[in-house]
Design a protein around this ligand. Structure first.
Ligand SMILES: Nc1nc2c(c(=O)[nH]1)N[C@H]1C(S)=C(S)[C@@H](COP(=O)(O)O)O[C@H]1N2
Ligand SMILES: [Mo]
Length: 367
């Protein structure tokens, strides 16, 4: 693993490992936690199931009947399964830094995983809880049990519009890859919103609030936001974000990466199968992946092999041949809504380096 922050246990999966499994095992899944697993959070620094027997989720805020639901309540409800990419909004941040340095973990492409989740649909839980939200409760806010060890430190809290269609597919997940969710990945209960960037997928879910406004927590109002208009490096800083000029980093941009060959692979001259995966927010199928072996001068259509549902990695491959020498491999995915990837991803430069979706570039040397 590539360690980005040893104290917090933040780590990225090298693509040479990530490509070995279609469903990413917990042993190699990337980890992004904001607070140290110390003190009362001690239980969460492990890929074992959490050592907690009971778990409560409080549903309250602007409602007539606040309710508490338990892990047993959730277990008794109908479970659904889905495969979805979990991906940090900062995945690919390193590539923005090639243009102008952006702060934060310098993730390449391994801040993601393709995971099977199982749990109870959020809408079903809210319906069953029947808390009676007020008419002006326009936002749902999700909070996890972790918090900053600093006395007044900000809490990772995420807000969504009540009618957000992505919430129709959201689940309160209890299992990951067929097992209770590892503590470090948010067990025993994690909010999983297929197609939404990692930060929206609140771990150790402990509270759901109905509110008139989105949460004032800096994790909602300053961090994990996407500017509405492109900004010039140096002219816009983190302090300049507000709810008018930016939106939260919600849905995945259309994206693809090359899994084989990678720069470190030994490739012999002659026939080769270039392979990779593509994904998006699940709103429309990936309809094309184009691959270049000459740095973008000419392009060939890869075969899309597909994947385990709309939110999962879609596998693609291209049989071609490479001469001896150096080749710049590139790939660009497009979906049925015409959403694609820029050849130069730095056009979307932003001060925190979120939502990278530039066309991948892998330089291979063929023997
Ligand atoms: N409660 C809570 N949920 C959280 C976080 C956190 O720090 N606390 N980190 C978020 C971020 S930024 C990401 S990218 C994903 C990482 O999920 P993983 O560690 O299971 O890969 O969890 C998200 N959910
Ligand atoms: Mo993240």
């Amino acid at each position: 693993m590539i360690i980005h922050n040893a104290k917090l246990g933040v780590m990225e999966t090298p693509l040479s490992l990530l490509r070995e499994h279609y469903i990413t095992p917990k042993e190699i899944m990337y980890i992004r936690n904001h607070f140290p697993p110390a003190g009362k959070q001690a239980w969460y620094g492990t890929t074992d199931a959490p050592a907690v027997q009971d778990w409560k989720i409080r549903i309250s805020g602007l409602v007539v009947r606040p309710r508490t639901i338990t892990l047993d309540d959730l277990k008794a409800m109908k479970q659904v399964k889905l495969v979805a990419v979990m991906q940090c909004a900062g995945n690919g941040r390193y590539y923005f830094s090639q243009k102008a340095k952006v702060g934060g973990g310098q993730w390449k492409h391994g801040g993601m995983a393709n995971v099977e989740w199982e749990g109870v649909p959020l809408r079903a839980v809210l319906e069953k809880a029947d808390v009676g939200p007020a008419a002006d409760a326009r936002w749902i806010t999700a909070n996890g049990a972790d918090e900053s060890p600093a006395p007044k430190g900000a809490d990772l809290i995420k807000s969504f519009r009540v009618e957000d269609p992505f919430l129709d597919n959201a689940i309160l997940a209890l299992k990951m890859n067929g097992e209770p969710i590892p503590a470090v990945h948010g067990g025993p209960v994690r909010l999983v919103i297929p197609g939404y960037y990692g930060n929206m997928n609140v771990k150790w879910l402990s509270e759901i609030l109905y509110e008139t406004e989105e949460s004032p927590s800096p994790f909602q109002s300053k961090a994990y936001r996407e500017v509405k208009k492109p900004v010039k490096p140096g002219t816009f800083t983190v302090k300049d974000y507000n709810t008018g000029n930016s939106t939260p980093t919600y849905a995945f941009k259309t994206m693809s990466v090359i899994f084989y060959p990678l720069a470190e692979d030994r490739v012999k001259a002659g026939p080769v199968e270039i392979r990779g995966v593509a994904w998006n927010d699940g709103l429309a199928p990936i309809t094309s992946v184009r691959v270049s072996t000459d740095g973008g001068k000419t392009w060939q259509d890869a075969t899309i092999e597909g994947g385990a549902g709309p939110w999962a990695w879609q596998k693609w491959s291209l049989k071609t041949s490479l001469d001896a020498g150096t080749h710049d491999l590139r790939c660009v995915a497009s979906d049925a809504l015409g959403r694609s990837q820029p050849l130069d991803g730095t056009v979307a430069w932003n001060p925190k380096g979120y939502e990278w979706n530039g066309a991948d570039l892998v330089r291979v040397t063929v023997a």
